[in-house]
Design a protein around this ligand. Structure first.
Ligand SMILES: [Zn+2]
Length: 592
């Protein structure tokens, strides 16, 4: 077959092929081009990294890799001056950018999408912290990073992606930075007094040495990785820093001997080990506080000063308290049985309500621990993750980075978990996604801000959630409060007040006495020590479901709830008063 001669069909002069040979690649143009390409890469990868969080870690990682590789090819093309690289890669970049924006948009509310009305403005707002980190809009997005930091991070990131090593220094630094941007970190003495607090962004009230910051960054990363130990081991003129977590040893990074000695000296000061014998084994303890959780860190150092080894063992200072199941949370036996029955169902929803700070999350975590995480796929959506749970995928919502609880929850539901926990249902959209999930074969645990169980129902309806959804999705609602527990060492008996006797319909003399607070050294003269939870559990039944359709009044709902055996928090609290756990005033204070 003879190919037709192209030149014969089309006049040659009509085809204009852009020739890159013709571009004047003088030294100035080359430098400018390179600088622009590097700047574009830094901006693009930074933007993908920050905004991609809404897509979940796996997918965000894939996008980062795609943009990283494109950027690398582009740079290589500029440096080697291969003429086809720029025209070939530019369309790839545009297509990848569009696909990334489309994927990201799917999880965002209408007003924040790029491919929607006002989209360019949204895009500009997303890009601003990367293009002009010094502007106002960028200020609340974590500490600005210097160009040098960004370039080294970028190179480190690419090296990591290309070589597949995931735990080199750069990732450690980046992780430390990301963590530091969200939470304060305190070093504590063994007895719990705060030595130093490093606020988000690595700032402290006083000047902090780089060794302290390094120690903070390492401790924060092992806490985050749920690791049990951190070790410093000398290895040819350097130190290998390793984390050990559930059967796996992971080298975090290798640091220079001087830096390692500085960090170890800092840790020894924290643990009150400084000045002890150099050649023997030394031990000490200090603590850290992160996200309101206290960790105890036991330090052990061995070997001579020139080749010192150090092992840090980390444990939650209040581990026993936080590993508890539902049975240890002070439920009445009947409520506990009802609650267990509710959460063992294959689908439905348990709402835990109350103001924040009333132990809602502790209850939800305890409920999650009752489930077998190896048999059921359990995921959580939290902001922030309050404590690590074994075998459960916990996803933190990066609110500052533009993600919303609703968008992350939607992403999580695509992974089809059996059980999902949502930190807070605070808007209609989140409620509806969670309730749809509860209707389609998932069990949903969630917290919701409401005074009590009835208030939760009316608030859901007031938010505009379809009554049909509330009716069918919600299995049970648990309201709770924390009352102060009477100090067992100093509580004193007293006459039960008339009102209490009447409320319980008691025969005079049935309760000989209740207790009131006094104060002693053990309780800091307050008379109270610890807390007693007070509960109210409403299990949905036909009667209440029927009421929900017909715009119910709180009074009707309450009547139906009481009829079905729900005891109010006040009654539950008064039973605890009768048991001598707390006082009448305390119950009135928390339930009033
Ligand atoms: Zn006391």
């Amino acid at each position: 077959m003879v190919m037709p001669d192209l030149a014969a069909l089309v006049p040659v002069a009509a085809i204009e092929v852009p020739s890159f040979q013709a571009v004047p690649w003088g030294p100035l143009a080359l430098t400018t081009g390179l600088c622009l390409a590097i700047a574009a890469c830094i901006i693009a990868t930074g933007w993908v990294q920050r905004t991609g969080v809404a897509l979940g870690a796996d997918e965000a990682g894939r996008w980062n890799l795609i943009f990283g590789v494109i950027g690398l090819v582009l740079l290589a093309g500029c440096v080697t001056r291969v003429p086809w690289v720029v025209p070939a890669v530019a369309p790839c970049l545009a297509v990848a950018g569009m696909l990334f924006i489309r994927a990201k948009d799917a999880g965002l509310p209408e007003g924040r999408r790029v491919l929607a009305k006002g989209g360019l403005r949204n895009l500009a707002a997303e890009l601003r912290p990367h293009v002009a980190p010094w502007t106002k809009g960028a200020a609340d997005r974590g500490p600005p990073r210097s160009l040098k930091e960004q370039v080294t991070d970028l190179i480190g990131g690419w090296r990591r992606r290309l070589t597949g090593t995931t735990t080199k220094t750069q990732s450690g630094k980046r992780q430390g930075k990301a963590v530091a941007s969200a939470e304060a970190f305190s070093f504590l003495k063994k007895d719990g007094t705060v030595v130093m607090t490093i606020s988000p962004g690595g700032k402290s009230e006083t000047r902090v040495s780089p060794h302290v910051l390094k120690a903070q960054q390492l401790l924060q990363s092992i806490i985050r990785a749920n690791a049990a130990t951190l070790s410093f081991e000398p290895a040819d003129n350097r130190y290998d820093v390793k984390a050990h977590a559930r059967g796996s040893d992971k080298s975090l990074e290798k640091i220079g001997s001087d830096e390692a000695r500085g960090v170890m000296a800092t840790l020894k000061v924290m643990a009150d080990m400084a000045g002890t014998d150099a050649d023997t084994s030394r031990q000490g303890t200090f603590g850290v506080l992160l996200r309101g959780v206290r960790y105890q860190i036991d330090v052990e150092s061995t070997g001579p000063a020139t080749a010192e080894r150090m092992l840090l063992r980390l444990k939650r200072a209040d581990a026993a308290q936080h590993q508890r199941g539902l049975e240890s949370l002070g439920f009445r036996p009947k409520v506990l049985a009802q609650l267990r029955e509710a959460v063992s169902r294959p689908y439905g929803m348990l709402l835990v309500v109350g103001p924040s700070g009333t132990g809602r999350t502790t209850t939800l975590y305890a409920a999650l621990r009752e489930l077998d995480a190896r048999k059921r796929k359990i995921m959580t959506v939290e902001s922030p993750v309050q404590q690590p749970l074994d075998d459960i995928v916990q996803i933190e919502v990066d609110l500052a980075g533009g993600a919303t609880v609703a968008s992350v929850l939607q992403m999580v539901m695509r992974k089809d978990p059996d059980v999902v926990m949502v930190g807070d249902l605070d808007d209609r959209k989140t409620c509806e996604i969670a309730m749809q999930a509860a209707l389609t074969g998932h069990f949903v645990f969630a917290t919701f801000e409401a005074r009590d169980t009835i208030d939760a129902l009316t608030r859901l309806l007031d938010l505009g959630v379809e009554p049909m959804l509330v009716q069918t999705a919600v299995t049970a609602i648990l309201a709770q409060r924390l009352a102060r527990r009477l100090c067992p060492k100093c509580k004193v008996p007293c006459e039960p007040p008339e009102a209490l006797v009447r409320k319980f319909n008691l025969k005079p003399g049935a309760i000989k006495h209740i207790y009131k607070e006094k104060g002693c050294d053990a309780c800091g003269q307050t008379g109270f020590h610890g807390v007693v939870p007070v509960h109210e559990l409403l299990v949905m039944n036909d009667q209440i479901r029927k009421l929900i359709t017909a715009k119910p009044s709180a009074r009707d709902l309450k009547a139906a709830a009481v009829l079905s055996g729900t005891l109010t928090m006040q009654i539950d609290g008064l039973t605890k008063v009768v048991h001598g756990d707390t006082t009448v005033n305390e119950i009135l204070r928390v339930t009033g």
